[in-house]
Design a protein around this ligand. Structure first.
Ligand SMILES: O=c1ccn([C@@H]2O[C@H](COP(=O)(O)O)[C@@H](O)[C@H]2O)c(=O)[nH]1
Length: 269
């Protein structure tokens, strides 16, 4: 089954919430004592356990596990294994992207079946050229997985780059979106785009995405966008995931299940 089919079924069953797994140092103490690696693993595995049956999609933030060195990566592997066992759709938020030959290493790490870091989808940066991602697109499609490509990110600093215009008048963000939508439509893989819930969509010249091209929308909660506004913010996109991390994780181990339920309830269906 393709990533697109798995994601579509997951959203139909559980709604569009994507629960972020971001073990920020400032959050860890709320998740119990011990060394930071043990805390991060406890947080990650508890979020997976709470999300199972409540939400369909989780998004581990790889940087915050990397920060803990090789024990942190091993902890992430165990979180990913739990998420796969629970049948959750897993988006590894690693924002990879390099020259083509190096990208094959990222493909082997994140998209190869059986890899300890195997995920259903991987976030990637197109700023070495969308064409440089071809090997990653190919690897994802061979394994029924997908890439989620940064187009218009939620941070305000991004506008200086992503709003720049090409000679044909399109913004960089719109050109990335066009290239990814074309690849996704032609393969049916479900390659998607990051479009922040905090961005002025019209300024980026981003058209509506059809059901072949999912949108991952970070920026809800801690960055200011409201889950209740999902449809108002993305009125014409067919398949949008509302991503929230800190606003849910701050509930701690005793409150995480209720926080996921509350976030789901806040989202329009
Ligand atoms: O444009 C982007 C792309 C990715 N992110 C990531 O999403 C979460 C957001 O966390 P919150 O706590 O809900 O703010 C985090 O992992 C970011 O790295 C993003 O925010 N914006």
């Amino acid at each position: 089954m393709t990533f697109l089919a798995r994601l579509t079924a997951s959203v139909a069953a559980h709604g569009p919430l994507c629960v972020g797994i971001d073990p920020h140092p400032g959050l860890l103490d709320a998740w119990g004592g011990g060394a930071p690696v043990a805390q991060a693993e406890r947080l990650g595995r508890a979020v997976v356990a709470a999300a199972a049956g409540r939400a369909g999609v989780v998004k581990p933030q790889v940087a915050l596990f990397e920060a803990l060195g090789s024990p942190g990566i091993a902890a992430l592997e165990r979180v990913l294994a739990d998420a796969r066992d629970a049948g959750l759709v897993v988006i590894a938020d690693a924002k990879r992207g390099d020259i083509g030959s190096t990208n094959l290493g990222y493909a082997a790490a994140w998209l190869a079946p059986g890899s300890p870091l195997e995920a259903d989808a991987l976030t990637v940066s197109p700023y070495l050229g969308v064409g440089a991602l071809d090997g990653l697109f190919d690897a994802a499609e061979r394994a029924d997985k997908a890439l989620i490509v940064l187009a218009a990110t939620s941070n305000p600093e991004a506008a200086a780059v992503q709003l720049a215009r090409l000679p044909d008048g399109r913004t960089i963000a719109a050109a990335v979106a066009d290239a990814v939508a074309e690849r996704s439509a032609s393969t049916g893989a479900g390659h998607g785009l990051v479009i922040g819930a905090t961005v002025d969509r019209a300024a980026f010249g981003l058209g509506a995405m059809d059901a072949a091209t999912p949108v991952l929308a970070p920026g809800f909660g801690a960055q200011g966008a409201r889950l209740e506004d999902l449809r108002a913010l993305f009125p014409d996109d067919a398949l949008v995931l509302a991503s929230a991390s800190r606003s849910i994780l701050q509930a701690g181990p005793d409150g995480i299940a209720a926080a996921i339920d509350a976030a789901t309830a806040a989202l329009p269906r």
